[in-house]
Design a protein around this ligand. Structure first.
Ligand SMILES: [Fe+2]
Length: 114
């Protein structure tokens, strides 16, 4: 969760190296996942339909942010992108073996199909 107690927590005194930027993007992705988890918990914890709708909209924006960050990560680290694609292919093969169809085969986390 957010740590706003120290206003200098997120400040850095110099520019990041590329490797540090890659690590920062991974941290950003983790933050987006945590936000989705928390928003979902709040949706499940209220019966107020309007609040559910607003929070769900915000939660879905966080999902889009993950897509943006994953695309940036693939750009910054193409070798990592290859690993993402390998993992996706492994799961697709398992799904195919079990006769499971992908719900949306055109959108993936590790690689965008052309
Ligand atoms: Fe976000």
């Amino acid at each position: 969760m957010a740590a706003f107690g120290n206003p200098f927590t997120a400040n850095v005194e110099r520019k990041m190296t590329k490797q540090e930027l890659i690590q920062a993007i991974r941290l950003n992705i983790a933050g987006e996942l945590e936000a989705i988890y928390v928003y979902d918990a709040h949706i499940q914890a209220t019966d107020d339909e309007f609040a559910k709708k607003v929070i769900a909209d915000i939660r879905d924006e966080e999902k889009a942010h993950i897509g943006e960050l994953m695309t940036l990560l693939r750009y910054l680290d193409p070798t990592e992108a290859e690993k993402f694609a390998e993992g996706e292919e492994e799961v697709r093969e398992m799904m195919e073996e079990l006769g499971i169809k992908e719900s949306n085969p055109n959108t993936t986390v590790g690689s965008l199909k052309k």
